[in-house]
Design a protein around this ligand. Structure first.
Ligand SMILES: *Cc1c(COP(=O)(O)O)cnc(C)c1O
Length: 455
């Protein structure tokens, strides 16, 4: 499997890389998969092996790995104006055009856009905007940020503090003032005899109790992903956002929708907040905003926050924040093209067309006695492995079940991602029917192989 020659790609990757978010025992045994190129939804490694990437890279490369129109748009902008910043009242024409476009395709009537290089930085930027705004409005004590257990908002010190996952304790995070409320996963956290609606009501009550306990006027904002992505594709219980939004409103707490994964079509609508029918105060975008061809994140402020943050900036005469590459012209040109490709070249539509087939494939695999739950919305889904379906008992952690499944998939030429004890699927929007069959067949084989070993 791995090529152990000292000069192999695997050995060189091991020698010179500090692997991030990588299961080190697996990579030591198997070697890194070093990729050279892609074609449609497939990627190819240095050994010439082909993999169907059922995760669209990292949720983001929804137009595949060689889209000619996107590559042409990038090249054209490199020829025209290959780089600039957005400080001191200067910015590229592409930056202006993209901001206008983002407001137009947003659920907001009007708004303002600020650029970063990643989703983490966009969340970090939004937190700073809230602190800046509350302070300028005479409420400097409004600094606490509320997120949910299992949420993923990124990796910078602030975004990791918002990311309520146990692994961040190795960094001594979260920072003080980052508060985590209950995870909206009914299958896992619903109590015996509790209906989905009762579960929603309990979470809403917990949120309100937390706000009151902390002091409503100490809270700067609440952030939520419409569907938790890296938390394991957690679709909220019925009526969840309808239950929590009025509570946030009652205490004047801005609600920020982290749409880094759900933005631009993943759930079947342009935005996750449209699929789940709620109106946030701002949207965080990244990942498929450039379909993975350029690092970019964006904060899209709705009308009220746009006015309030702008008023704060007028008062201070500056919003002292920005990244050197914020609003990079090549990134903006790619994003403009990406939005056009996703929305107008049939990709978003293909998500809706493929969803029933995707759901059927998930439901079929969920018949396996070691799959406890199949969940998802649009083209994002997860299959949760369990030792015992009736009691929802997970496998012993030391068995690394989901890693084994993902590794077996890789052996079969399929890339998918282990998350906790679940396997996540988030295929590119260009997938065909035949490629979806290939995905489920290969995953089905891998499940059989691994469950035979561990069950
Ligand atoms: C990926 C992700 C982020 C972080 O984005 P990066 O570009 O990796 O920093 C933030 N929020 C959500 C919901 C994400 O899925």
């Amino acid at each position: 499997m791995r090529d152990n020659a000292p000069n192999s790609w695997e050995s060189r990757a091991d020698t010179y890389s500090l692997y991030g978010f990588t299961d080190l025992p697996s990579v030591h045994e198997r070697g890194a998969v070093v990729l050279t190129h892609g074609k449609g939804p497939y990627v190819f490694d240095t050994h010439g092996r082909q993999y169907l990437d059922a995760n669209s890279g990292l949720w983001n490369m929804v137009a595949g790995f060689d889209h000619p129109g996107l590559i042409a748009a990038a090249k054209a902008q490199y020829d025209r104006f290959p780089g600039y910043h957005a400080f001191f009242g200067r910015m590229s024409d592409q930056t202006v055009m993209l901001s206008q476009k983002l407001v137009e395709v947003s659920p907001f009537e009007r708004g303002r856009v600020f650029y970063t290089n990643s989703g983490s930085e966009a969340n970090d930027t939004m937190v700073k905007m809230l602190w800046f705004m509350h302070a300028a409005e005479g409420n400097p004590q409004r600094r606490k940020i509320i997120t949910r257990i299992n949420a993923y908002h990124g990796v910078t010190a602030v975004a990791a503090s918002m990311t309520a996952k146990p692994y961040n304790s190795v960094f001594g995070l979260p920072l003080p003032g980052f508060i985590h409320v209950g995870c909206p996963h009914y299958w896992r956290f619903g109590q015996t005899g509790e209906s989905e609606e009762q579960f929603t009501a309990r979470l809403a009550k917990e949120l309100e109790a937390t706000i009151i306990k902390e002091g409503p006027d100490t809270i700067a904002g609440f952030f939520a992903e419409p569907v938790m992505g890296a938390g394991g594709v957690i679709v909220p219980p019925k009526g969840y956002f309808q239950a929590i939004l009025p509570i946030l409103k009652r205490y004047n707490i801005p609600m920020i929708s982290d749409e880094v994964i759900t933005g631009f079509g993943r759930t079947g609508n342009t935005w996750g907040c449209q699929t789940f029918d709620f109106m946030p105060d701002a949207i965080i975008s990244s990942k498929n905003i450039t379909v993975g061809l350029f690092p970019m994140g964006a904060v899209i402020l709705g009308p009220e926050l746009a006015d309030r943050v702008q008023a704060a900036a007028e008062k201070v005469e500056e919003f002292p924040h920005g990244f050197t590459a914020s609003g990079h012209p090549v990134g903006c040109a790619i994003a403009l093209k990406a939005i056009d490709v996703v929305m107008n070249e049939g990709l978003a539509e293909n998500v809706r067309t493929l969803t029933p087939k995707f759901e059927a494939g998930m439901a079929y695999l969920a018949q396996n006695k070691n799959i406890g739950e199949a969940r998802g919305v649009g083209l994002m889904g997860a299959l949760e492995a369990v030792k015992d379906k009736a009691t929802k008992t997970p496998f012993d952690g030391s068995l690394s079940v989901s890693e084994r499944i993902a590794n077996a998939c890789t052996d079969h030429g399929l890339i998918c991602r282990p998350l906790g004890q679940a396997i996540v699927l988030c295929p590119p929007f260009i997938m065909t029917d035949a490629q979806m069959d290939e995905m489920f067949n290969k995953l089905g084989d891998a499940l059989k192989t691994v469950f035979k070993q561990v069950a």
